[in-house]
Design a protein. Structure first.
Length: 251
C-alpha cells in the first residue's frame, strides 16, 4: 500500500470525518451551502488548522461539480464573478492568519464562529439593502477571508442573498458556483505558499467520492416546497457539528 494512502487512512477521527463529509454533501447538494459549517468543526477537532482547511477544500473539490452546469444555467454568473473578485482580494490575508493560528484557539474560533453565524441565520438576521456591486464585492471579500482563515466561505454571502428578492433556485445556484470558485482558488494558493499537506489532501480526495454521491442525492432532494423542513434538519446538524468540534471535549 502506498505510504501516502497508509498515512491518510491512519488519520485520527477518520470515521467522523467521513460521516461529516457525507452529511455535508447532502446539505450542499440540496441547499447549495452549509457544508463547510458541518465539516470544519469536526475537522478542527482532529486536525491542525492548516490540515483542517486542506481537508475541507479537497473533500469538496469534486462533489459539487455534477451540479455546477445546472447552477451556471440557473444562477447569475456575473454576480458570482463580483463575489469571486472580492474573495481574491481578501483570501491571502485569511491564509496568512490561518498559518499563524494556534490549534486549540483555532478549534474554539471555528466552533464559536459557526454557532454565532448559525444563530444569526436562524434568527432571520440579514444584511439589508439592494444587491449593489460594492455590497456584493464586500460580501465576497469577507467570505474570502473566512475561507482562508477557517475554511467557512458561505455565511456572509448567505446573509446577503437571503435579504434579496431572488428566487430560491437562483440563490442556491449562486451559492454553489461561488463555493466551487473559492475551492479552486484556495487549493493553488495553499500549494504556492508551501502549506499543502499531501496525505491530508489525498484523504480529502478519497472522501470526496462519498461527498460526490451525497451532493447528487441532495440535488435530487431539492424541492422548494420541502425547503423549511430540510433547513431545520441542516441547522440541527450544523449545531451538533459545532458542539462536537469544541476543544472542550479534548480535556
Amino acid at each position: 500500500m502506498p505510504d501516502i494512502l497508509t498515512t491518510a487512512l491512519a488519520t485520527d477521527g477518520l470515521i467522523w470525518l467521513v460521516i461529516a463529509v457525507f452529511i455535508a454533501g447532502l446539505v450542499r447538494g440540496f441547499a447549495g451551502f452549509g457544508s463547510a459549517m458541518i465539516i470544519m468543526p469536526v475537522a478542527s477537532s482532529v486536525l491542525t488548522p492548516v490540515e483542517a482547511v486542506v481537508f475541507v477544500i479537497t473533500a469538496e473539490l469534486i462533489g459539487p461539480l455534477p451540479n455546477a452546469l445546472a447552477a451556471w444555467r440557473e444562477g447569475t454568473p456575473r454576480e458570482v464573478g463580483r463575489l469571486a473578485f472580492g474573495a481574491v482580494l481578501a483570501l491571502p490575508f485569511g491564509v496568512w492568519a490561518l498559518s499563524s493560528m494556534d490549534a486549540t484557539l483555532f478549534g474554539w474560533a471555528v466552533s464559536i464562529a459557526v454557532i454565532i453565524l448559525l444563530i444569526l441565520t436562524v434568527s432571520g438576521w440579514r444584511l439589508k439593502g439592494e444587491l449593489t456591486k460594492p455590497l456584493t464585492v464586500t460580501a465576497g471579500a469577507i467570505g474570502g477571508f473566512m475561507t482562508g482563515f477557517a475554511g467557512i466561505p458561505g455565511p456572509p454571502v448567505i446573509m446577503l442573498y437571503m435579504a434579496s428578492r431572488l428566487p430560491v433556485s437562483v440563490i442556491r445556484a449562486n451559492f454553489l458556483l461561488y463555493l466551487v470558485v473559492l475551492d479552486l482558488m484556495l487549493f493553488p494558493l495553499l500549494w504556492a505558499l508551501g502549506l499543502m499537506n499531501w496525505p491530508i489532501a489525498f484523504l480529502g480526495l478519497l472522501v470526496g467520492i462519498p461527498n460526490l454521491v451525497a451532493n447528487m442525492l441532495g440535488a435530487r432532494l431539492f424541492d422548494p416546497s420541502a425547503e423549511r423542513v430540510f433547513r431545520i434538519v441542516a441547522y440541527l446538524v450544523i449545531a451538533a457539528s459545532a458542539i462536537i468540534g469544541l476543544p472542550l471535549w479534548k480535556g
